[in-house]
Design a protein around this ligand. Structure first.
Ligand code: DX5
Ligand code: ZN
Length: 216
């Protein structure tokens, strides 16, 4: 199933609740929430208080992307804030296997993310553990960047690895996705599209509907 996950980072924070409702009304099943610590990535975004505040605006699946060093430290707090899925970076976890289990034992879905320059081969040992893989198609930290074309080959490679093992795990792609390139990303084998600017610039409801139409 193809899923759209509008990224809150692209929203107008002065009208956050309203904009989130527009994406829900447009048909987006997920909401992507980027937590940044100013250490793993250069920027700082938002954390638990914002996630719990917007939880009341939406029944979407809350897909929390932790761009944070050692995110295992925050699993319980992010769960309490309202996350359904916690995605951690392979590059940020000293004990990735432990962190994945920690998230699953908390009763949440677990995702593992990779930066553009990290090869998918680092996932070989844990391929059957996560509920989702997140391949970054920009260097994480900021919205509004350009899609990095070589990441398409990483999507194909990961989908092949999963198929070879009989796994139907979701592959999410994050960064620089537009109405113009989304088909290429789907064709490469990904099924969860994170979209910030291209949803929230302009009419979020209409833009969401336009993506849903393309992704059918
Ligand atoms: C970037 C974030 C993304 C970002 C995507 O570090 O992880 O989720 O909001 O924004 P766009 O779609 O504008 O590239
Ligand atoms: Zn993200």
């Amino acid at each position: 199933m193809n899923i759209l996950a509008p990224s809150v980072l692209g929203a107008d924070f002065a009208r956050l609740g309203e904009q989130i409702r527009e994406t829900r009304d447009g048909g987006a099943a997920y909401l992507h929430l980027d937590v940044m610590d100013g250490a793993f990535v250069p920027s700082i975004s938002f954390g638990m208080p914002v996630i719990s505040a917007v939880r009341s605006c939406s029944d979407q699946v809350f897909d929390v992307h932790m761009m944070v060093q050692e995110p295992g430290r925050y699993v319980e707090a992010i769960k309490a804030a309202g996350a359904d899925l916690i995605c951690v970076h392979q590059e940020a976890c000293t004990h990735l296997d432990r962190t994945i289990h920690q998230i699953k034992e908390a009763g949440l879905k677990a995702g593992v993310a990779l930066n553009p320059a990290t090869p998918v081969s680092v996932l070989d040992c844990i391929l059957d553990l996560p509920d989702m893989f997140l391949l970054m198609s920009v260097n994480p930290g900021f919205g509004g960047q350009k899609f990095i074309p070589y990441t398409l080959e990483k999507i194909r490679c990961l989908r092949e690895k999963l198929n070879a093992r009989g796994l139907v795990t979701d592959i999410e792609v994050d960064g620089g996705i537009t109405l113009e390139n989304v088909q290429q990303v789907l064709d490469a084998g990904a099924n969860v599209m994170v979209v910030g600017s291209a949803v929230f610039k302009g009419d979020a409801r209409k833009n969401t509907q336009a993506f849903m139409e393309k992704m059918r």
